[in-house]
Design a protein around this ligand. Structure first.
Ligand code: GCO
Ligand code: MN
Ligand code: MN
Length: 387
């Protein structure tokens, strides 16, 4: 199989991902900074479908109107040349010193309103560029010390800001879907609403819950020691999987943002299998960056690797779904029990009474082996390439 990316698979990268210059808290850049147009061309070369951006990846925060026009002109030209689209836009509400105490949850009302202004302005630009998803990642929305900020007020401020922006979205007729991205920590000591599950609960408290979903990220759930696929399944079940950030990460480490499929092969397999089995149709966005050891050839290897791994795992998922022995075991495990069917469906008092009176052979039921060792070994052998 060739594993060539196709537009239907909607593989996207952020300007900030392949454009990452390799600096970290301990060292400076190792790669020259590319312009947005150059990044688009690099993505075109590796076969990506789209490019996503933060306002300031594209237009520096201090750019003059003339600089803005010229950058946008070059960017649009590169999009046209390569055929890349811009499916998602987002706001940088963490980089500038004004956001040192957060954006929508900063204690200073001026900072909160500035965050709203900055977001509306970029929603305007994103809409012009064709974006349909708007991501909110609150990198600085949190605390180091809870002496400094009220967690309850912060939730209130965040809710008010999102409600305001939902109204703005409606009044402008942009039709954006908002996607909230959770992260447990980094750069703040603790970030509010630290998991996808927390975001899903919060969304129901908003004025327009239907407009708002989630953008779960693999590395973020892994930093918190959680099972990413389970979080994505919950988002899907709630009809809230509006976007996804794919990458990789060792458990319980700082944010590593590794190439998709690099580290946790089995977790990645089950994630891709879920996305493919349910028919997820949104962007498959890689929010990751190349190792600091790489030049731009290595960055292309990184980007191709993300997409290849996705496609290989997709093929493995098809194989899993067609494997007679695996499917036989699954059918056995999940088979229905005709005797129990009378208790299925809606609640009635009669059903409850009948269930209370039913005599279960507890020891016999418990004594049955489930064959999970075999099923898991077969799964691993499939992943190891011998099935
Ligand atoms: C991170 C986040 C960001 C966001 C981005 C889009 O850990 O830095 O994942 O990369 O995804 O800001 O909103
Ligand atoms: Mn991240
Ligand atoms: Mn992300």
């Amino acid at each position: 199989m060739a594993y060539e990316p196709t537009p239907e698979q909607k593989f996207t990268f952020g300007l900030w991902t392949v454009g990452n210059t390799g600096s970290d808290p301990f060292g400076s850049s190792v790669r020259e900074k590319l312009s947005p147009a150059e990044i688009v061309r690099l993505l075109g070369e590796v076969g990506a479908y789209g490019v996503n951006y933060h306002d300031n990846d594209l237009i520096p925060i201090d750019a003059t109107p003339a600089e803005r026009d010229s950058i946008l002109k070059d960017f649009r030209q590169a999009l046209q040349e390569t055929g890349l689209v811009v499916p998602m836009a987002t706001t940088n509400l963490f980089g500038d010193p004004i956001f040192k105490d957060g954006a929508f949850t900063a204690n200073d009302p001026k900072v909160r309103k500035y965050a709203l202004q900055k977001t509306m302005l970029n929603m305007d630009l994103g809409a012009e560029l064709g974006a349909k998803v708007y991501v909110f990642w609150g990198g600085r929305e949190g605390t180091e010390s809870d002496a400094t900020k009220s967690a309850l007020d912060s939730l209130k401020h965040f809710r008010e800001s999102l409600n305001f922006l939902c109204e703005y979205n409606r009044s402008q007729g942009y039709g954006y879907k908002f996607a909230l991205e959770a992260k447990p920590n980094e750069p703040r000591g603790d970030i509010y609403l630290p998991t996808t599950g927390a975001m899903l609960g919060f969304i129901e408290t908003l004025d327009y819950p239907d407009m708002v979903g989630v953008n779960p990220e693999m590395a973020h759930e892994h930093m918190a020691g959680l099972n990413f696929m389970h979080a994505v399944a919950q988002a899907w079940d709630a009809g809230k999987l509006f976007h996804i950030d794919l990458n990789d990460q060792n458990y319980a480490r700082f944010d590593q943002d590794w190439r998709f499929g690099m580290q946790n092969l089995k977790q990645t397999f089950f994630l891709v299998k879920l996305l493919e089995d349910v028919g997820y149709e949104g962007s498959r966005h890689f929010d990751a960056h190349a190792f600091r050891t790489e030049d731009y050839e290595g960055v292309k290897d990184f980007a191709r690797g993300c997409m290849r791994s996705y496609m290989i795992f997709k093929e493995k998922a098809e194989r899993f779904n067609k494997d007679a022995e695996i499917q036989g075991l699954l059918a056995e495990i999940t088979k229905s029990d005709p005797e129990m069917e009378k208790f299925d469906g809606e609640f009635t008092s009669e059903k409850a009474e009948a269930l209370k009176a039913y005599s279960f052979d507890r020891k016999n039921i418990a004594a049955r082996g489930l064959g999970y060792e075999k099923l898991d070994q077969l799964t691993n052998e499939l992943l190891m390439g011998i099935r």
